[in-house]
Design a protein around this ligand. Structure first.
Ligand code: ZN
Ligand code: ZN
Length: 298
């Protein structure tokens, strides 16, 4: 394995039954069941293990009326990852479902965008609507890590390790970042909440929790493309990856995939994006069982 090639795992830990009208500004004319799943991600490679987002715990699930399928720590342990030993955590943004379990990684350095910390601790939090997806304890826990010297701040596009980069997207939360990872099948874009469902990225529709639906900004992190919108940026990252090689990219929304239960790991699912064909994983269909086997847990 070369110096910059990694494996990417998705760990599904939570679930929320909801209707499609709840997933789009302006509702949805079909108004059908459209549940959301919750994931964290693990990236493994020559530079160690990187966990992307930390999810929420049982107490938060009760408070927010979500359900835990399997605790985040247990999901990572099923992959052979001991949370105690993780040294790097990339936090896409500070919403409750991405930055809970904040004591689970006592040795980790956290990677966060400047804008996200400023947003979560600044004037917008005086108002109920932008404050809604944040939890005070989560934000305070991150501030404590800042004071402990355990946060690496990023401003726009930044390389975390060879083959792993973060990219500020904004839109859904002011400092939301996605993660692009080089794998042996090409780049995988972990979109996080920059596109919850494929309908958001394909149809330009907007999830109801949003800082700015336009989300235009000056610094895309790439030369020659200075102004891009939220989902446009994620798509662009995917297209750039496609120039690396066709059929080698998956822009992976946080909450799209509904997989059959894994008998060895009830109620949860772990997928390895780096060894699966795009057609298997992009729609969550087809060969979930083989994906689970590829991850060594099926
Ligand atoms: Zn969010
Ligand atoms: Zn979220």
């Amino acid at each position: 394995m070369s110096d910059d090639v990694h494996e990417v795992y998705a760990v599904r830990y939570g679930h929320h039954e909801r209707r499609s009208s709840e997933n789009f500004i302006g509702g949805d004319p079909h108004d059908v069941p459209q549940p959301l799943d919750f994931f964290v991600w693990a990236i493994r490679g020559p530079h160690g293990t990187f966990v992307v987002d930390t999810g929420f715990d049982e107490a938060m699930a009760r408070k927010r009326q979500r359900s835990i399928l399997n605790p985040v720590g247990a999901g990572l342990k099923a992959l052979g990852i001991e949370p105690d030993s993780v040294e790097d955590v990339i936090v896409s943004h500070l919403h409750y479902d991405h930055t809970g379990n904040y004591d689970l990684f006592p040795r980790a350095r956290y990677h966060l965008q400047d804008f996200e910390m400023a947003y979560a601790t600044g004037r917008h939090m005086c108002h109920a609507y932008p404050r809604l997806p944040f939890e005070l304890d989560d934000v305070i826990a991150m501030v404590r890590k800042v004071f402990a010297g355990r946060v690496s701040f990023h401003d726009g596009a930044s390389e975390v390790a060879p083959g792993i980069s973060v990219h500020r997207i904004g839109g859904h939360s002011k400092g939301l970042q996605c993660v692009r990872v080089k794998t042996r099948r090409g780049f995988v874009v972990l979109a996080s909440d920059s596109t919850h469902l494929y309908a958001h990225i394909e149809q330009g529709r907007v999830f109801p929790i949003v800082y700015s639906a336009g989300a235009r900004r000056r610094r895309s992190g790439l030369p020659g493309r200075p102004h891009v919108g939220m989902t446009t940026r994620v798509r662009q990252l995917g297209e750039e990856a496609n120039t690396f090689s066709p059929d080698r990219v998956a822009a992976v929304p946080l909450a799209l995939f509904t997989l059959p239960p894994n008998p060895g790991f009830p109620g949860s699912a772990i997928m390895n994006w780096s060894t699966s064909k795009t057609s298997d994983v992009d729609r969550g269909g087809g060969s979930a069982a083989s994906i689970l086997r590829a991850a060594g847990v099926g």
